[in-house]
Design a protein around this ligand. Sequence first.
Ligand SMILES: NC(=O)c1ccc[n+]([C@@H]2O[C@H](COP(=O)([O-])OP(=O)(O)OC[C@H]3O[C@@H](n4cnc5c(N)ncnc54)[C@H](OP(=O)(O)O)[C@@H]3O)[C@@H](O)[C@H]2O)c1
Length: 87
Amino acid sequence: MAATTTTTTTTTTTPAAKTIILITGANSGVGFALASRLLAKGTYHVLVGSRSVTKGTAALTTLLQQSPSHEHAGGTAELLHLDGHYT
Ligand SMILES: NC(=O)c1ccc[n+]([C@@H]2O[C@H](COP(=O)([O-])OP(=O)(O)OC[C@H]3O[C@@H](n4cnc5c(N)ncnc54)[C@H](OP(=O)(O)O)[C@@H]3O)[C@@H](O)[C@H]2O)c1
């Protein structure tokens, strides 16, 4: 009796998981520059940390506008309001 071999191949494509990174003080200076660089890489979800919602919103808008290539690369970002009150 001849042996019968059955092979089944299933290919599942899933999007690569992004590394989530929080940058405190991301609305200006070094923090903003880092956020811009990481967003452009496309492998990060950047939490744009800011004590000021107004400044943070402006920074996020600028980041998303100045890096049009991030959309193709897959980079994402969102504002994270940092409460500066300490006890
Ligand atoms: N820029 C350079 O080329 C450079 C070079 C060498 C070293 N450094 C050093 O790197 C550090 C960052 O410099 P930077 O140029 O990025 O400007 P920065 O004005 O020191 O930092 C800007 C960011 O930090 C936040 N921030 C400032 N003081 C804070 C505090 N007490 N608590 C929480 N967040 C605070 C700001 O938030 P708000 O907008 O809410 O104030 C803003 O988001 C400084 O210590 C600087 O001396 C900078």
